[in-house]
Design a protein around this ligand. Structure first.
Ligand SMILES: Cc1cc2nc3c(=O)[nH]c(=O)nc-3n(C[C@H](O)[C@H](O)[C@H](O)COP(=O)(O)OP(=O)(O)OC[C@H]3O[C@@H](n4cnc5c(N)ncnc54)[C@H](O)[C@@H]3O)c2cc1C
Ligand code: FES
Length: 268
C-alpha cells in the first residue's frame, strides 16, 4: 500500500491514509469496524493496528499509530508516497447488526479511541438507524487527545453527546472539557442502563474500572462490549499465545461481551 496522507494527531500518534496499489483490491476491499490489520515497514518488521477509518469510506483505509514499538517508530519516519505491507482484515469486529436501533455509549481513552472512531463514523453514516449516541473520551493530557479535529466536529453535532476529559493535572489554560479519570466521569452521566449498550476500548486498567462501574450501575454483561488486545501476539491464530480455554482472542475476538468474558476459565 502507498501512504497518501499523514495527519499528526498528538506528539506520539500519527494517522496514515493508505491506498492499495492494485485497483481491484482497492475497489473490493471490505472490513468491519473493530477489525485489525498487520502492517509491515519493510526491513523493520510487522505490527498490529486497528483499521481506524470507517468501512463505509471507499478507496482507502486509515490506521493511527502510537510510537510505542520499533515498528511504530519506523512507521512514523515514513512520508507520503512511501510503501508499506498490509495483511488483513483480521478479528471479529463489532457486532453492528446487534447494535442497530440501540442507544450507544462509546467509552475510550488514549489510543483506545481508534477502533471506536471507525465504529462512530460507521454509525454516523447510518445515523437514523441508532438511538442516542454518547461518547466519553479521555486522555492523560489535552495534547494526548487523538482526532482533535473530529472531536470538535462531533461536539458541534446535535445528534451526539460528546464528553471529553483529561486526567487531573492534564488540563491546560482554555481547556473547556472535564477533568477526571474516565471511570469517574462516567458515573456523572445519565447512561440509561436498561436502554443502552456500551462499547469500550482503552488500557486494561480503564476497562476494569469502567466495567465494574457499569455493572454497579445496573448494566447487564450482555450489553457491555470490550476489546482484548493484551494477549494478542501474532494475530493470525498461529503462535498459540492468545488462547483462553478454547478461545483464540485474535480470531474469536478481539471484541467480546462481558458476558462472554465471564465464561472464560479462571486462568484469564
Ligand atoms: C488487535 C490490536 C490492535 C491494535 N491497534 C493499535 C492501533 O490502532 N494503534 C496503535 O498504536 N497500537 C495498536 N496496537 C498495539 C500495537 O500493536 C503494539 O502492541 C504496540 O505498538 C506496542 O508494541 P510492542 O513493542 O509491545 O510489540 P508488539 O508488536 O505488540 O509485540 C508484542 C510481543 O509479541 C511478540 N510478537 C510480535 N509478532 C509476533 C509474531 N508474529 N509471532 C509471535 N510473537 C510475536 C513480540 O516479540 C513482542 O514480544 C494494537 C494491538 C492489538 C493486539
Ligand atoms: S495471537 Fe498468535 S494465535 Fe492468537
Amino acid at each position: 500500500m502507498a501512504i497518501e496522507d499523514i495527519i499528526v494527531e498528538t506528539p506520539d500518534v500519527k494517522t496514515f491514509r493508505l491506498i492499495f496499489q492494485e485497483r481491484k483490491i482497492r475497489r473490493h476491499f471490505s472490513f468491519k469496524a473493530g477489525q485489525f490489520g498487520k502492517y509491515s515497514v519493510f526491513g523493520e518488521g510487522e505490527s498490529t493496528f486497528y483499521l481506524a477509518s470507517s468501512p463505509t469510506w471507499e478507496g482507502y483505509l486509515e490506521c493511527s499509530v502510537r510510537r510505542a514499538s520499533k515498528v511504530a517508530e519506523a512507521f512514523h519516519k515514513l512520508g507520503v508516497g512511501d510503501r508499506i505491507g498490509f495483511r488483513g482484515p483480521y478479528g471479529n469486529g463489532f457486532p453492528l447488526p446487534e447494535l442497530t436501533g440501540k442507544n450507544l455509549i462509546l467509552i475510550g481513552s488514549g489510543i483506545g479511541i481508534v477502533p471506536l472512531r471507525s465504529l462512530i463514523w460507521n454509525c454516523l453514516d447510518f445515523r437514523e438507524s441508532f438511538g442516542k449516541i454518547t461518547i466519553l473520551y479521555g486522555a492523560e493530557r489535552v495534547a494526548d487527545l487523538v482526532y482533535k479535529r473530529e472531536l470538535r466536529e462531533w461536539e458541534s453535532r446535535r445528534d451526539i453527546n460528546l464528553i471529553r476529559t483529561v486526567d487531573p493535572g492534564g488540563e491546560e489554560p482554555g481547556w473547556d472539557g472535564r477533568v477526571g479519570f474516565v471511570p469517574m466521569i462516567m458515573r456523572e452521566i445519565d447512561l440509561l442502563p436498561e436502554k443502552s449498550w456500551v462499547i469500550t476500548c482503552g488500557p486494561p486498567v480503564m476497562i476494569k474500572f469502567v466495567i465494574e462501574g457499569l455493572i454497579s450501575l445496573g448494566f447487564s454483561p450482555e450489553r457491555i462490549i470490550t476489546t482484548l488486545e493484551m494477549k494478542i501476539r501474532c494475530g493470525l491464530g498461529k503462535c498459540g499465545r492468545c488462547n483462553i480455554g478454547k478461545h483464540y482472542v485474535c480470531q474469536d475476538g478481539p471484541v467480546f461481551t462481558y458476558a462472554q468474558i465471564g465464561e472464560f476459565p479462571n486462568e484469564f
